[in-house]
Design a protein around this ligand. Structure first.
Ligand code: NAD
Length: 489
C-alpha cells in the first residue's frame, strides 16, 4: 500500500455497531468468533426487527433522492469504491480469512471479483435504459427501466463479501437503496466492510444500511412495507420461508439457493486433470460453496483408478489454520455444520459407500474425504453436504449419467470432462441446470455472467451481468401527447 492510499478498514468504527445512517448502536452486541481458533476477533452490533423497520423507512426516503442523482455521480461512487477496495484488498482479505476460515487465495479471488463487480455496476448508470415503442396514436410511447425502490439483501456466510456485493452494487447503480442483512457469523466481511467502503467512496447517508442479525431481521425485511424487493442468497430451506413470506406481501423475490451439483467424467478424460478438477470442486473453501461438486459421476471403466488418484490427492492436501499456515483447506464454519457433514459421511458408509480417504476431523477441521460406491438413496447422493466430501458414483452409459445427474430437486451447476465435445453437448443439453461447464468443474463465477439455478436452487431469477437490469429494475410504460384531447364521453 503506498503512502497516498486511503484506508477504509476501521475495526473501531464497527465495534459494537450496526450501519444505519452512519455507525449506530444495535440492540445488543456479539463477538465475532474465528472458526480456526474459536477465539473472538472483533465485536459487532446486532439489529432486531424494529431497527430493520426503522432502516427500511430511512432507506425509502433516501432512495428517492439517490435515484434523482445524476448518472455520473452514481457511477463515480461505485468507481471510487472499486479503486479503494483494490487498494485495501490485502487487509480485507485478512478479515475474510479470519472470519470465515477461508484460505488466502480464495479471499483474494473473492475480493478481486468484487472489484470487477463494482466496475460493472459503475457502467450501469450511463447505459440506455429504455425503448421507444410504436403507438397507435400520434404520441410518444416509450418504456423505461425504473428502480424497484428499497432492496432487502439477505446473504450467507460462505462468500460473504461477494454474495452481498453482487446484489448491493448493481442495486445501488440503478437507483435503489439497500438494507443488507448479512449472516451475523460473517457480518464484517459480509456487510460492515462494505458499509465502510461505500461510505468512504461517497455514498450518501441512508442509501445503504447494514444490519447484522438473525432470521427475525430477515423476516422483517420480507414483510416490511417500505421494502419492495428481496434478494436472498442462502439455503433452500430458508429460501422457501423467505419466498413464502415476501410473496404474501407481494414483493419481488430473487432466491439464489442450495445445490447438488454434478461433475461428469467420461472414460476418455485425462485422469490426473479430472482428479484435479474434482478435488478443486469438492474441497475449495472446504466444500462450502453452492456450486461445489456434490456428486461426481465417473464412467465405469475408469472409476476405480479415478477414486485411487482422487484419494491420493485428498490424503496429501494440508488442512489447518489459514491465517497462520500454508494450507489448502481451513476449518468449517461451525460445529453444527461439521456434525452435518460427518453425519452424512457416517450414514452413507453405513448404507454401503466406501471410505477412500478422510472421514476424520479435529476441532472444526474436516479432512478432505472421498466416498466411492455412492448410490441413490444414500445421504451423500441426495443431500447438499457443504463440506469437503467427494461422493463418487460409477455409471455405464451417457443416458444413465443424465438420469443420475437429474435425480435431484436442485439444479444449479453441472460440468462434464471429456475430449468429445459433441458428446458433452448432447449430455449437457439434457441436464436440468442453471450453469453448465464443459471441460471444467462446477465452481465458477465471472461477475459478467447471469448466475442462477433451477428447481430448488432458485426461483428462476438470475443475478450478474445482463441479468442485473431485470433483477434490480422494473418496466414503466410512459406515453406523451402534445395536448390532452377529449374521449367519446
Ligand atoms: P442460511 O439459509 O442458513 O442463511 C443465509 C442467510 O439467511 C443468513 O443471513 C441467515 O441469517 C438468513 N436467514 C436464515 N433463515 C432465515 C429466515 N427464516 N428468514 C430470513 N432470513 C433467514 O444459509 P447458510 O447456511 O448461511 O449458507 C449456505 C447455503 O447457502 C447453502 O445451501 C448454499 O448452497 C447456499 N448458497 C447459495 C448460493 C447461490 O448463489 N445459489 C451462494 C452461496 C450459498
Amino acid at each position: 500500500m503506498n503512502a497516498k492510499t486511503e484506508r477504509f478498514v476501521d475495526a473501531d468504527a464497527w465495534r459494537d455497531r450496526i450501519f444505519s445512517c452512519g455507525w449506530q448502536a444495535g440492540v445488543s452486541v456479539a463477538d465475532v468468533i474465528e472458526p480456526a481458533t474459536g477465539k473472538s476477533i472483533s465485536r459487532i452490533g446486532l439489529a432486531d426487527a424494529s431497527l430493520v423497520a426503522r432502516a427500511a423507512a430511512q432507506a425509502r426516503e433516501a432512495q428517492e433522492i439517490w435515484a434523482e442523482r445524476p448518472f455520473a455521480e452514481k457511477a463515480q461512487v461505485l468507481r471510487r469504491a472499486a479503486q479503494l477496495l483494490e487498494e485495501n484488498l490485502e487487509e480485507c482479505a485478512r478479515w475474510i480469512v479470519r472470519e470465515t476460515g477461508s484460505i488466502l487465495p480464495k479471499a483474494q479471488f473473492e475480493l478481486g471479483i468484487c472489484v470487477q463487480c463494482l466496475h460493472e455496476a459503475a457502467a450501469m448508470p450511463s447505459q440506455a435504459r429504455g425503448l421507444v415503442l410504436p403507438s397507435s396514436g400520434a404520441r410518444l410511447s416509450l418504456c423505461r427501466r425504473v428502480p424497484v425502490g428499497v432492496v432487502g439483501v439477505i446473504s450467507p456466510f460462505n462468500f460473504p463479501f461477494y454474495l452481498s456485493m453482487r446484489a448491493v452494487a448493481p442495486a445501488l447503480a440503478v437507483g435503489n437503496s439497500v438494507v443488507l442483512k448479512p449472516d451475523p457469523r460473517t457480518a464484517i466481511s459480509g456487510g460492515l466492510l462494505i458499509a465502510s467502503l461505500l461510505q468512504a467512496a461517497g455514498l450518501p447517508a441512508g442509501v445503504l444500511h447494514v444490519l447484522p442479525g438473525g432470521a427475525d431481521c430477515g423476516a422483517q425485511l420480507c414483510v416490511d412495507p417500505n421494502v419492495a424487493m428481496i434478494q436472498f442468497t442462502g439455503s433452500t430451506a430458508a429460501g422457501r420461508k423467505v419466498g413464502e413470506l415476501a410473496g404474501a406481501h407481494l414483493k419481488k423475490v430473487s432466491l439464489e439457493l442450495g445445490g447438488k451439483n454434478t461433475l461428469i467424467i467420461l472414460e476418455d478424460a485425462d485422469l490426473a486433470v479430472a482428479a484435479s478438477n474434482a478435488a478443486w470442486a469438492s474441497y475449495l473453501h472446504q466444500g462450502q460453496i453452492c456450486m461445489s461438486a456434490g456428486r461426481i459421476l465417473v464412467q465405469e471403466a475408469i472409476a476405480h483408478e479415478f477414486a485411487r488418484q482422487l484419494a491420493d490427492k485428498a490424503n496429501h492436501l494440508p488442512v489447518g489454520d489459514p491465517a497462520t499456515e500454508q494450507v489448502a483447506l481451513g476449518p468449517l464454519i461451525s460445529r453444527s455444520q461439521l456434525d452435518h457433514v460427518h453425519g452424512v459421511v457416517r450414514d452413507s458408509i453405513q448404507a454401503g459407500a466406501r471410505l477412500e480417504a478422510g472421514g476424520e476431523y479435529r476441532d472444526l477441521y474436516y479432512r478432505p474425504t472421498v466416498l466411492s460406491g455412492v448410490a441413490p438413496g444414500m445421504r451423500a447422493f441426495a443431500e447438499e453436504i457443504f463440506g469437503p466430501v467427494a461422493p463418487l458414483t460409477a455409471f455405464q452409459t451417457d443416458d444413465e449419467a443424465v438420469k443420475l445427474a437429474n435425480l435431484t430437486e436442485y439444479g444449479l451447476s453441472a460440468a462434464i470432462i471429456t475430449n468429445q465435445l459433441d458428446r458433452a453437448l448432447k449430455i449437457g443439453s439434457k441436464l436440468r441446470t442453471g450453469l453448465l461447464h464443459i471441460n471444467d468443474q462446477t465452481v465458477a463465477d465471472e461477475v459478467v455472467n447471469p448466475f442462477g439455478g433451477r428447481g430448488a436452487s432458485g426461483n428462476g431469477t438470475s443475478i450478474g451481468g445482463p441479468a442485473n437490469w431485470e433483477e434490480f429494475t422494473q418496466w414503466q410504460w410512459v406515453t406523451m401527447n402534445g395536448a390532452a384531447t377529449a374521449y367519446p364521453f
